[in-house]
Design a protein around this ligand. Structure first.
Ligand code: SPV
Ligand code: MN
Length: 605
């Protein structure tokens, strides 16, 4: 009753009546309440303490290890239509289905209510959210990942709109794993800014403020003229003590968190960014306040900072790793790992097979860790700035073995939005349930979360910079380019050099080479950067290998992108077709002059 808001009262009353919990715990964010959430996560068995102080481990079921596209649907009223590319169900029918699954789902359990804010609390960016869940694990994660806002909610206007999330694990087995995953449902009633999620525990399907809210904020941003993006934000240090903020969109497991967390730079966010025009400036905030990061391939050498955090006392939740003698292990950790332990499949030993005879890895590839940003020594000091930070550049990256160079700069905002964002093509990864390694278009890496027509979303991005004197530069990156033998053309740490080069470009400190697909770095500018940043001698051979313009592969990519837009993006802006056509022409003209594979040295005029 301390929160006097009509929508919240109606939501909570309905949620209680529907799910029928034994108790309701209202988390007021007091130290005592927060401690209670932590304690209950362990007491119920949803989390198990590990050896290091503050560390716990949680498992999701074997078929609940990632975001589930099939089970995630928009509830669309009969009178409306939504892009056919989006998974949807008629609203009344879907509501009946999901509410049927939620009926009495919390019987004998406690419903936890959390009051949280997306974006810094008390700012023009804030979006108030209410979460109801029967999972202490979900409530605990949200403590690390979001701004707690109970106090703000006590002052909320009676008629203020809020986002509401109702989650239940559904039936669980004795190990506290949801068993009815066949009946997983994550249904979005965007007409009421309310989302239902049931029979699942994986964070991306259950924590309302993560990807469920993103779908609603994209709609709100569309109505109000701002942008909600699937992007990290980091502060990159440049010459003379300056700092430049960059945001970047990558599909899951394509280098996003590691780009956000480069050693020596600061991290402001790793997953979701909001952009607004404030006094003619392009300003950005992190919607979140913590990291739900992929742990696979986190090594002491490549990710020293996160490695350290994961090994010292402090609040960390590990998800879907291997536990042996209360110690956490994961794939690609660059250390010897045990041959047995407990993982998402239960008691595990090397060679254990699943029901289909497939060998079960020691940990899931999508195993994750949750940590508050403020626990990191490199957390950017502007995290809570209510006006956000000014953005210098935007990066789009995918997993492209064949066509795109490792880094390039767009000729202008629209060229970048179209050629790197709306053309983002990537190999699918383990972060989504389904086949891996299939090439797919994933516009701006946000396609899974788009809840407005795709063409409208692209147009909003193109138009957003109108009236901004100095829009961010747009860059395209590809950490996954391979040579003829199938080897990667780059080492993992090279991304740091690309980011430092972008920083210089944003301030006009170095020239660049015009090529058909954008502007690429000069060899002589990369040599000192490789030396300073990585202590590496950068050879001409590496440069040519990485930055040769592959004309046939790029033309083929343009054809695929164009076909995709024609078939799947009704109302895709004319700028998309014009920009793709202009690039095609530049590639053809260049090939006539220099051949199909153009060394960057041939492009220097
Ligand atoms: C992603 O897969 O993009 C994530 C993790 O950030 S989650 O969406 O929560 O699954
Ligand atoms: Mn993400």
């Amino acid at each position: 009753m301390g929160v006097d808001n009509d929508k919240i009262h109606a939501f909570v009353a309905d949620a209680i009546e529907l799910t029928n919990p034994e108790n309701v715990f209202v988390c007021t964010d007091s130290a005592e309440d927060v401690k209670h959430v932590r304690k209950m996560a362990v007491e119920t068995g949803e989390e198990k303490p590990l050896e290091t102080d503050g560390h716990t481990s949680h498992f999701d079921g074997p078929s609940d290890q990632g975001r589930d596209r099939e089970a995630t649907k928009y509830l669309v009223p009969k009178t409306e239509t939504l892009s056919k590319a989006l998974n949807q169900i008629e609203r009344e029918e879907g509501l009946a289905e999901v509410r049927g699954l939620l009926k009495d789902s919390m019987k004998g359990r406690t419903m936890i209510l959390r009051f949280l804010s997306l974006g810094p609390a008390g700012s023009v960016f804030s979006v108030p959210c209410v979460q109801a869940t029967d999972s202490w694990y979900v409530a605990h994660n949200e403590d690390l990942l979001y701004r707690t806002a109970y106090d703000q909610f006590c002052k909320i206007e009676k008629d203020k709109n809020v986002f509401c999330f109702l989650h239940s694990c559904g039936e669980m087995n004795e190990d506290m794993i949801s068993v009815d995953v066949e009946n997983k449902a994550i249904y979005m009633d965007y007409t009421k800014d309310t989302i239902y999620s049931v029979n699942t525990q994986y964070g991306g399907n259950t924590m309302g403020l993560k990807k469920l809210a993103l779908r609603l904020t994209i709609r709100q941003a569309d109505r109000e003229g701002w942008l909600a993006e699937h992007m990290f934000i980091s502060g990159v240090n440049g010459p003379g003590g300056r700092k430049t903020y960059l945001a970047g969109a990558f599909p899951s497991a394509c280098g996003k968190t590691s780009t956000a967390m480069l050693p020596g730079e600061t991290i402001l966010g790793d997953d979701i960014a909001y952009f607004r025009k404030i006094n003619g400036e392009f300003r950005a905030v992190n919607a979140e306040a913590g990291i739900f990061g992929i742990i696979q391939n986190v090594t002491e050498k490549n990710d020293p900072m996160i490695w350290e955090i994961l090994h010292k006392p402090g609040e960390i939740i590990f998800g879907n790793i291997l536990v042996r003698d209360k110690k956490p292990y994961w794939l690609g950790m660059g250390q010897e790992t045990p041959d047995e332990g407990v993982n998402f499949s239960g008691q595990w030993h090397k060679g254990k097979k699943d029901a289909n005879g497939k060998e079960i890895p020691l940990a899931h590839k999508n195993a994750r860790y949750t940590v508050a940003l403020t626990a990191l020594p490199n957390c950017d000091p502007e995290l809570e700035n209510p006006e956000g930070v000014p953005l210098g550049g935007v990066i789009y990256g995918g997993r492209d073995p064949k066509a795109s160079v490792p880094v390039q700069q767009a000729f202008d905002w629209t060229h970048g939005i179209v050629s790197y964002g709306a053309s983002l093509e990537t190999e699918t990864t383990f972060a989504i349930i389904g086949e891996e390694g299939v090439m797919e278009i994933n516009l701006m890496s946000i396609q899974d979360f788009l809840a407005i027509p795709l063409g409208k979303y692209i147009q909003n991005n193109i138009d957003f910079v109108k009236g901004i004197a100095k829009p961010p530069l747009v860059f395209g990156v590809n950490y996954f380019l391979r040579d003829k033998e199938g080897n990667f053309t780059n080492d993992v740490p090279d991304k740091h050099v690309w980011v430092k080069w972008m920083e210089l470009r944003i301030h006009g400190d170095v020239p660049a080479i015009d090529c058909p697909t954008g502007q690429i770095p000069r060899y002589e500018d990369l040599v000192p950067l490789f030396k300073e940043v990585l202590g590496k001698d950068y050879t001409k051979e590496d440069y040519v290998n990485q930055f040769t313009i592959r004309v046939p592969e790029n033309l083929a990519k343009i054809d695929r992108v164009e076909k995709y837009h024609k078939e799947n993006v009704p109302g895709s802006p004319q700028e998309v077709y014009d920009t793709l056509q202009a690039t095609r022409k530049r590639l053809q003209d260049a090939a006539e002059k220099h051949g199909d594979y153009i060394s960057p040295f041939d492009l220097v005029s």
